[in-house]
Design a protein around this ligand. Structure first.
Ligand code: NAD
Length: 297
């Protein structure tokens, strides 16, 4: 039986670890706060007391952590993945972090005989629970093939997009498009409502035409109802826009619309909406025009 050491059992990692258990893997879980580890143990997994404990007996290690400082601590720290994993172990980081950290992990991991993939995901908590995430994978073709059975219970669209770090770059592009789309849907709602047009009917038409998107499909009703429970928090999208702009700087390109979207998300955070869903960009769009829900109708 394949043993998976799973580190980071939060909104995404918790259900992902559960799906791996359901697929018959032996899962040893570790999380900074112990309640999540106890939950996993109650579901048939094994509880680890430390990163070392989760990693030392594992064939595959997965991390699902908030950002690069936590990933660096878990990977490069004392007793961390590089120190504790057996040579030949497949290590898959599924967190969303900056591509340069993923490339550093790949280089230093290879020196220790580990097989490394960066595999960030899209699809949110619901995608994690249902095991239908989109997974964008950077690393070698051999390691991607070896990870196939592990990705199977987690995702529906699993694509090898290039060498180490490429998964993170694709995820950055994903977050750029998602953030920009939210910002424009929010402005469309402000325009429709302030013009006295039925915004619900307006967005229904938009959703069926060239302006259609998954965001219009899935979120237009909750946005119109001003329901902003996360979902994906503004705080995390703020982190991701930092990754987008960093990656652009490194690639020597300018992303003017991306820069504006990053500022709108920063404004949402500065106005105290960091814990709300990223669709709460609507509150920033309303603030800019001084409108509130339904005004003008
Ligand atoms: P989360 O904060 O719910 O989970 C992170 C978990 O890691 C927490 O349980 C925390 O206790 C644990 N942790 C933090 N530092 C640790 C350490 N040093 N050692 C052990 N455990 C530690 O976050 P999440 O929403 O599950 O997101 C995880 C990653 O997935 C992020 O990079 C996020 O950007 C990405 N992501 C999230 C979503 C979403 O909808 N929530 C969607 C796609 C991608």
């Amino acid at each position: 039986m394949t043993t998976i050491g799973f580190i980071g059992l939060g909104i995404m990692g918790g259900p992902m670890a559960r799906n791996l258990l359901g697929a018959g893997f032996d899962v040893v879980g570790y999380n900074r706060s112990p309640a999540a580890v106890e939950r996993l143990a109650g579901e048939g997994g094994r509880a680890a007391k430390s990163v070392e404990d989760a990693v030392s007996g594992a064939d595959v290690v997965i991390t699902m952590l908030p950002d690069f400082p936590q990933v660096e601590e878990v990977v490069f720290g004392a007793g961390g993945v590089l120190e504790s994993a057996r040579p030949g172990t497949l290590y898959v980081d599924m967190s969303t972090i900056r591509p340069q950290t993923s490339r550093r992990i790949a280089e230093e991991g290879a020196e220790r005989g580990l097989r490394i993939l960066d595999a960030p995901v899209s699809g949110g908590e619901k995608g994690a629970i249902d095991g239908v995430l989109s997974i964008m994978v950077g690393g070698s073709a051999e390691d991607f093939a070896a990870a196939g059975p592990v990705f199977e219970p987690l995702g529906k669209t699993v694509v090898h997009v290039g060498p180490a770090g490429a998964g993170q770059t694709v995820k950055a592009a994903n977050q750029l498009v998602v953030g920009g789309t939210y910002a424009l849907v929010a402005e469309a709602i402000v325009l429709l409502e302030a013009s006295g047009v039925d915004a619900g009917l307006g967005l229904d038409v938009l959703a069926g035409g060239l302006a259609g998107s998954r965001i219009l499909e899935l979120k237009r009703k909750t946005m119109l109802a001003r329901e902003f429970a996360p979902g994906f928090r503004i705080d995390l999208h703020h982190k991701d826009m930092g990754i987008v702009l960093d990656a652009a700087r490194e690639a020597d390109v300018a992303l003017p619309v991306g820069g504006l979207v990053a500022q709108l998300i920063a404004a949402a955070r500065a106005q105290g909406y960091g814990s709300l869903d990223h669709s709460a960009l609507l509150k920033v769009a309303e603030g800019v025009s001084g409108t509130t829900a339904g005004e003008g109708e």
